[in-house]
Ligand binder design. Structure first.
Ligand code: NAD
Length: 277
């Protein structure tokens, strides 16, 4: 028996990283999943690799029409929506407050904050129809720390934590829960294929650097986040709402290796590992 038997989920940003890992895990636990993403080739490939219980829809989470279409695909195909996972995100290296352009600032807020609000706004009516549901969002530890070069990203993620609380209290009595997950450094393309990174970094280099960010001496993995999402999506967390759950290997508990310091070390040509030592 699967932990999500019978449930229907939508996962944004499902073509890569945490969203992809979560789609795989959810289907393995009995859910049927629609993934939405801007990356069409990757999205179709991920859905095909998971099987008929997973479908892909091209959607920009910053577009109200696209988000409605994504949710509509789940409801039209499988009759309902139980889990909405607002996971798509961009940014995290936009430069200082002075350097970040208005265009970049607006796009990060549109995707990382408004996109989550749209996901909630359009999922809620479907969940009310079926008597409940679980809304999950990927926020970040940068919601809680002043991280250099993340004025837009950190503000969007902080906003997501607050939006989660408001959603939770507004709909708790109607059976809908809202929680967010705050990952620490997690080995996904957003870190090693980020066009805003101070210098190019390979997946292997990033994996090595991430070992030294937090007390648990390994990189966070997309599966670590998927496991948290699984619990929040399942009925095992039925008394949990309005929370932000930090999945960071103890980084927030220790403030051991500030992100800016690691990035600065990388820009100077030394590894994060050397900087940490
Ligand atoms: N990797 C980390 O260290 C880390 C840490 C904290 C929070 N996060 C957050 O985790 C979430 C998932 O990111 P990831 O690490 O798996 O990175 P990722 O780049 O592997 O995946 C993000 C996915 O979101 C998609 N996406 C981006 N903009 C979109 C849009 N407008 N509409 C639809 N899809 C869009 C991308 O195409 C990509 O497939 C993001 O919200 C990110 O901010 C990541």
């Amino acid at each position: 028996m699967g932990r999500l038997d019978g449930k229907v989920a939508v996962i944004t940003g499902g073509a890569s990283g945490m969203g992809e890992a979560t789609a795989k895990l959810f289907v393995s636990q009995g859910a049927r999943v629609v993934i939405g993403d801007l990356q069409e080739d990757k999205g179709h490939a991920v859905a095909a690799s998971i099987g008929p219980e997973c479908r892909f829809v091209r959607a920009d989470v910053a577009s109200s029409e696209d988000v409605q279409g994504l949710i509509g695909e789940a409801v039209n195909t499988w009759g309902k929506l139980d889990v909405m996972y607002n996971n798509a995100g961009i940014g995290g290296g936009e430069g200082s407050i002075m350097d970040c352009t208005e265009e970049v600032f607006d796009r990060i807020i549109a995707v990382d904050l408004k996109g989550v609000w749209l996901g909630m706004k359009h999922a809620l009516p479907q969940m009310l129809k079926s008597g409940g549901g679980s809304i999950i969002t990927t926020a970040s530890v940068s919601a809680y720390m002043g991280m250099m070069g993340q004025g837009a990203y950190g503000s969007a993620k902080g906003g997501v934590v607050q939006l989660t609380r408001v959603c939770a209290v507004e709909y708790a009595s109607q059976g809908i829960r809202a929680n967010c997950i705050c990952p620490g450094g997690t080995l996904t393309p957003i870190l090693y294929e980020n066009p805003h990174a101070p210098m190019p970094v390979t997946r292997e280099e990033m994996e090595e650097r991430l070992k030294y960010v937090q007390p648990i001496p390994r990189a966070g993995l997309p599966e670590d986040i998927a496991n948290a999402a699984l619990w929040l999506a399942s009925d095992e967390s039925s008394f949990v709402t309005g929370q932000s759950i930090i999945v960071d290997g103890g980084w927030m508990a220790s403030a051991r290796q500030p992100w800016g310091q690691m990035q600065a070390a990388a820009a100077n040509g030394s590894s994060g590992a050397q900087a940490a030592r």
